[in-house]
Design a protein around this ligand. Structure first.
Ligand code: 147
Length: 645
């Protein structure tokens, strides 16, 4: 009886479906990068690493992602660290750096149909040719991006499907047109441009500039709050939430992702949603910890966690494929009368049908941004009438997640229920608050499960690395660069004469980068772990030519990411240029605790050691104790990274 306000009726039909580019489903994606989010994944034991990759990419198993978006590394901080560029300099080209090539290949191994999307957050300095914008010399920038897609093809046999422009920074009409022409000329007509990974602003230029419109395949906005602009809708272009989610991966993060996966289409007409980020393979003491589909940040133990957002992805990704179409709002998708939403999807032959329902309450589905206006959701019975091509369906597979906030109850994710029988094209479904339900003709879904991962363990100490076992050009596995980029290098010239071993770790970025972070990070450094009592030491050689003004080791560093420039901790510095040393409480050297002279004299190895124990510290250069104290300086954080520079 429909008098009861908690009963409602919806009609699902193919009669009003419009099969065009703007209603086509482009898939659910996730981002590796922006930046260094996958850093700790490579160092996992092979067994667990394969399991993690299966949970993310294997079809009909876990997140079963349709799209992988990766950072085109720019040698500069992009949230959790810096990612290496394939061209540190205009004359440099190396397609073996970093982990994104490897990750794309692992994704393709598991799903050859996964689409790939590349986007720069920052650029190496040479791209600006002495300026701080990538658009002053657009042909340099276009060439730089072209080299990346060519390397993907020629060295890794990877076909890039989509490219973005510059993450959350200005796009440039001239540059977009030039990039399109350069790609076409080089034989990459297949690559589609997504503009501009910020807000819906570029819609205005699409409506007014036919050449720009022709170069633009889709409009991609970040954290759109499920809404798109009227201008964006008028372009007729596919609209994407090209970065979204970024919420801690507990039940509320799952609620966020489930809600926006549906409502990005229902409210904003968006046909792809891409999660930042794919996997939390970065230390918890970096920004936005675990804002990820799953967590894998203990390569030393092999421990990982398959979390709710991964299964929320499965509710859509295992039941629809890119190339399917969304049923329009009012004709198969929409808001539910007592709160919540549903989306209908069908394949191009209108043979298959998937309907995803979500009834996320406001307080259990807030995302990190933007703020969510209040609304209410009530339990409801939904009577579903299948019409048109779907009228002959007699049974629907039924999968359900229940987010429970009752004391003592735990949430259940992606559980297969008995299939529902459809009688004369009709069925009734009870939807409680905070549930996700998929009803589908697709029979292939599974809740994948690999063997239980090993238990969590703290980072094992002592830890040391002499960098002899890395391929030259690679970044050591547990060290995460926060400014600059550190690579294993073969020593040459004078350095090799005074060194017992052939390789060392070297900071390789020598020109200021075109940054994504709002503030320039001047002092390169690389971090690991999270400790309070710790002894950090590094043997360092400072070349007499083209080298740094200061080196340091540090402990209890309280931050990385875009805020790295304001890091506090305890730092032991050596300044070869002025023959000075210093102990400071910050990276910016505004909180100086002690200092004096120390004659070092370049081109020789010197060991810096900083030891914190039971509230005391000792600082040594070589065998000489240059500072020690029975108390720690007042503004020393209680825990933090160990750092070398
Ligand atoms: C995004 C970045 O694109 C990602 O790399 C990552 O940093 C992510 C973390 O949530 O955030 O950048 C944004 C940063 C701030 C806002 C929006 C996007 N903001 O304040 O609205």
């Amino acid at each position: 009886s429909f008098e009861n306000k908690f009963n409602s009726k919806i009609r699902i039909s193919d009669e009003s479906v419009i099969k065009n580019a703007a209603s086509m489903f482009y898939g659910i994606g996730a981002i590796s990068g922006g930046g260094a989010t996958s850093k700790l994944l490579q160092n996992y034991p092979q067994n667990q690493r394969d399991q993690i990759l299966d949970y993310l990419f294997l079809p009909n198993f876990g997140a079963s992602l349709h799209m992988l978006k990766v950072e085109i590394g720019g040698d500069s901080q992009s949230t959790e660290g810096t990612e290496a560029s394939h061209m540190h300099h205009s004359w440099d080209l190396n397609y073996n750096r970093g982990y994104e090539w490897w990750l794309m290949k692992e994704a393709k191994k598991r799903n050859p149909n996964i689409t790939l999307y590349g986007l720069p957050w920052a650029f190496p300095g040479w791209v600006g040719n002495g300026t701080s914008s990538p658009y002053n010399y657009p042909s340099l920038t276009a060439k730089y991006v072209l080299k990346w897609v060519q390397g993907a093809k020629d060295y890794h046999n990877l076909t890039i499907d989509y490219l973005g422009i510059w993450n959350e920074r200005a796009y440039d009409v001239e540059y977009v047109r030039l990039l399109r022409a350069v790609l076409d000329h080089a034989g990459f007509k297949n690559i589609r441009l997504v503009v501009g990974d910020g807000d819906w602003g570029p819609a205005h230029d699409v409506l007014n500039d036919p050449q720009f419109a022709a170069a633009t395949f889709a409009l991609g906005a970040h954290y759109p709050g499920t809404l798109s602009s009227d201008e964006a809708k008028r372009t007729g272009k596919p609209l994407w939430a090209s970065e979204d989610f970024s919420t801690f991966n507990d039940d509320i993060g799952s609620g966020c992702w489930a809600r926006i996966l549906n409502r990005n289409f229902v409210d904003g007409g968006m046909t792809s949603s891409i999660a930042w980020n794919l996997v939390a393979a970065y230390y918890d003491n970096l920004p936005f910890p675990r804002c990820s589909l799953m967590t894998a940040n203990e390569p030393w133990s092999g421990h990982y966690e398959v979390t709710g957002p991964l299964w929320m992805t499965a509710h859509t990704s295992q039941f629809a494929l890119p190339g399917w179409y969304y049923l329009p709002v009012g004709g198969g998708s929409g808001r539910l009368p007592s709160g919540g939403s549903y989306v209908g999807l069908t394949d191009s032959n209108t043979k298959q049908l998937t309907i995803i329902f979500e009834t996320m309450s406001h307080d259990h589905s807030e995302c990190i941004r933007p703020s969510l206006p209040p609304y209410t959701v009530k339990p409801q019975n939904v009577t579903i009438k299948l019409a048109g091509a779907f009228a002959s369906i007699t049974q629907l597979y039924y999968w359900k997640s229940v987010l429970s906030y009752k004391k003592g109850d735990s949430s259940t994710y992606f559980v297969k229920q008995s299939p529902l029988q459809v009688k004369s094209g009709q069925l009734t479904l009870f939807l409680d608050v905070d549930v996700v339900v998929t009803l589908s003709t697709v029979a292939t879904a599974t809740k994948g499960q690999r063997s239980q991962p090993p238990p969590s363990k703290p980072f094992p100490l002592p830890y040391s690395d002499n960098f002899q076992n890395y391929q030259p050009g690679s970044n050591p596995l547990n060290l995460v660069p926060q400014a600059g980029f550190f690579e294993a290098v073969k020593l040459s010239g004078g350095a090799s004469e005074v060194s017992a071993q052939p390789q060392a770790l070297c900071q390789v970025v020598t020109l200021a980068t075109l940054n994504w972070c709002p503030l320039r990070l001047t002092s390169p450094y690389t971090v690991m772990g999270n400790w309070s009592d710790i002894s950090v030491s590094a043997s360092v050689l400072v070349p007499s030519v083209n080298s740094t003004t200061g080196i340091f080791v540090a402990a209890r560093i309280d931050q990385g990411g875009c805020g790295a420039f304001q890091a506090k901790g305890l730092f032991l510095w050596l300044f070869p240029a002025s023959n000075q040393y210093a102990v400071t409480n910050d990276l910016a050297q505004t909180k100086k605790i002690k200092g004096g002279s120390f004659v070092y004299g370049y081109d020789a190895w010197v060991k810096l050691t900083l030891t914190l124990q039971s509230g005391k510290y000792t600082a040594k250069i070589g065998n000489q104790t240059v500072a020690n104290s029975e108390t720690l300086p007042g503004s020393t954080p209680s825990t933090g990274f160990a750092v070398v520079h």
